[in-house]
Write a protein that binds this ligand. Sequence first.
Ligand code: 16G
Length: 261
Amino acid sequence: MVELADRIFATVKDNGQRGAPLYLRLKKTIEDAVQRGIIGPGDALPSERDIAIKADISRVTVRKAVQDLVKGGVLIQRHGSGTFVAPRVDRVEQSLSRLTSFTEDMARRGMAARSEWLDRGIYPPSPDEMMVLGLSAKELVARVSRLRIADGTPLAIERASLPTAALPDPEAVTSSLYLELEKTGNRPVRAVQRISAANLGEADARLLDVPAGSASLRIERISYLATGRVIEFTRSIYRGDAYDFVAELRLGGSETTGDSQ
Ligand code: 16G
């Protein structure tokens, strides 16, 4: 940080903002450095006195800039230990992939989402549920199964299983499962999906209002909390004629974005 600070702060008087008050120029210099990753979350800033010397400005000016940045959440001050670049919050929003709910997906398309209940309750877990959700045979699982309908058209059958710790009362779910999870801080922040093709059996075809044997997409979603705990294991069947999944791919990085339409 020592050499960096020298470089950053030496530019304060000359950072293309001639005429602006010095404290604003210092503020901008620090903001730019954070934005470009020159200084990152948790990095300590030099003392007020050091900044003043390096930037050749008064300590009062430094204090004003730093206080503004603390108010704006860019920096944090810890008593006795100094000033630091604030930790990044909302990591999820910075990610390229979008983890949205059915209700949100439909709202984005201007469609009204509703559900018909197929089942909801607390049950002993199946072997699959035990494995994926990390439950023991003595624990119970919350199940929420719905026919998902958009603007009157049945689009999907979704069978969600969750640990009862996350959803103690499946009856509490009204329009949106994710909304209910959000209320208790249990909305997932990451998910892995497996998509495969299948032909619809009689019962599922009847629910989705298509002929038996029609094409469908089978989707398994395993969702995680920020802590890494699995929070949702959902098996869905989407109508093949009414739903496309679009994935954006990028060269070189490890991140791809998945989006459903
Ligand atoms: C999506 C998810 C499903 C999740 C649901 C919550 C897929 C394939 N599945 O449909 O796992 O449970 O959203 O939606 O995208 P809700 O909050 O509207 O109930």
